[in-house]
Design a protein around this ligand. Sequence first.
Ligand code: ATP
Ligand code: MG
Length: 617
Amino acid sequence: MSLIHTSHLPVPPPTVVDQPQNLTLWQYMKPIRAKWLTGVAVAICASVIGISIPQVLAWIVDHLVANENPSGSTVWAGGLLMIGLGLLQAGLIFVRRMLVIDQASTVEMSMRMSLFDHLMRMPAAFHDHWPSGQLLTRSTSDLSLMRRWIAFGSIQSISSTVMLAAGLFYLFRGSWLLGLIYLCSVPFMLLTLWLFVRTMKSLTRSVQQQSGDLATSVEESVQGIRVLKALGQGQNSLSRFTAQASTLMNTEIARSQAVGSMLVKTISITAVTMAISLFVGIHQVAQEKLSLGELTAYFATTAVLTPQIQRAGMLISMWLDSKVAMERHREIMQEPVGEDVLLVSGVTTPQVSRHDAAGVKFEHVSFTFGRGKKEVLHELTLDVAPGEILALVGSTGSGKSTVLQLIPRLYAPTRGKVLLDNTDISTIPLPELRAQMAIAFEEPVLFSSSVRENVLMGVETEKFNSEELESIVATALRVSASDFVDTLPDGVETLIGEEGMSLSGGQRQRLSLARAIACDPRVLLLDDPLSALDVNTEEAVVGMLKEQLKNTTTIITAHRPSTVALADRVALLDKGRIAAIGTHSELMKNPAYARLMLLNPDDSTAKNHTSQNQEVL
Ligand SMILES: Nc1ncnc2c1ncn2[C@@H]1O[C@H](COP(=O)(O)OP(=O)(O)OP(=O)(O)O)[C@@H](O)[C@H]1O
Ligand SMILES: [Mg+2]
């Protein structure tokens, strides 16, 4: 049984990124290049046909003017030819769309998958400093801009350029003087467009950046909606959001104004050019240097060309959108992934057979969350024997969660080594390392799927039949005292809302614990997993966990003595150093530890359990 059925989805080939700093849209287009180039060729044919239609018009007009009794058949033939060419052009435009639209969507999907794959493989440190809204817009709207460019903008730009060249050829062939007049307007047009590009470039980047910031705000506000409501911060939050939204609106308006001003300038240049051409053209017809048909063709040709030139502004803005979007995409793709897992290519979790519990060692480990940040762990040395349950205690901020996160290599030590069964974990491939451990985080995170799917998330479900899976779920729920699941409307099949928000904090915590237990890992890492439970439930869970974890090395961080009761040994962490290690009663002689434990009212539970522990020891 697979939790997510993806087999029916089209999977675009992953893009192999050797040098992500040089990553281009062209590389992503590799699988569709042939069709895209065919689309370009078809579009060029359509443009050439479109710009040639005025020549037929010239022929008809000249025929009408030259013959006093023009034959109807020539007019009919000319008219039918024009209709035929028009239909052919329309047909080619249709073929071009059919050729490219699906293909552009495939590139968009492939880019989206590469980006998501990259994001999944990024070390936790990357996600510490990248706002999620930015990642959201980069995987949604930015990529749609790129699809629009591939499907329309790029092809339109090429075909319009060819149309302009063919149009100029026809203009010069009709009358070199009129052709020259039209050509003289081109540098003015180019200057206008160049100024436009300069303005638009920075505005485009600002719009995309500000959209990302806005998405971050929406996300934070929706996630923290309860806090905002409870603190009566709705109005303030709205004001902050309004300020951000109006900044974005102003930038959008500035963009529209730039487009508008560019259009006014290009239309004015065109109007002046037409006026001069009309003046010169009529003069040339009067002097019989130009036929009436040729003059008609001139204006008909410029009538086709002018909208193309005016559209250049929109095409340039589309090109800039896609260019900036590609830069923003590259910015993420060139961040070193640092994790040797490849998701897109379908590399599955390695088959790590369940051995006995593994030993975990820290050797002189120092750690900082980033350059310039303070050192959180200093020369930490710790030896946890296979099958042992070790409690990590210490005041808040002493580094307990950090120690746990170094073991599955969510972060790498700055100095020193972490060893699993005496092997440096930096030498173990990540999938292999992580397949041997499970972690329940301090902040339980659930996903919007059923209770069963949440519990089985870390289990290789294909290895078990459905009865075995039922039994894994049942055991995990029993040991974590998640009996509340029976009272949910559909039991284990109940869909839990976004991030499990429909459950209480304690219920979420127990499901998160159940998920970690269900993996039956060699090393279980529990970050204060019972903090939201009442003392009775906690006692029940501690009893069942102790039984369940006989063959699992467990490191559990705790604030409450009642959770410490689970442990064979306790390590006291003080400002990133192990200050003391031993059984609970040994450590009670340590004044700092005693103070930490005695501060807690349910200390009696710990004393009872620790006396049992000592009997075991
Ligand atoms: N992602 C992070 N980036 C930078 N600093 C961090 C990060 N996470 C934690 N820290 C810092 O590292 C130190 C240790 O944090 P840690 O979460 O390990 O403490 P803890 O012992 O688990 O605390 P608590 O009992 O409150 O859970 C703290 O000073 C904290 O500010
Ligand atoms: Mg913590």
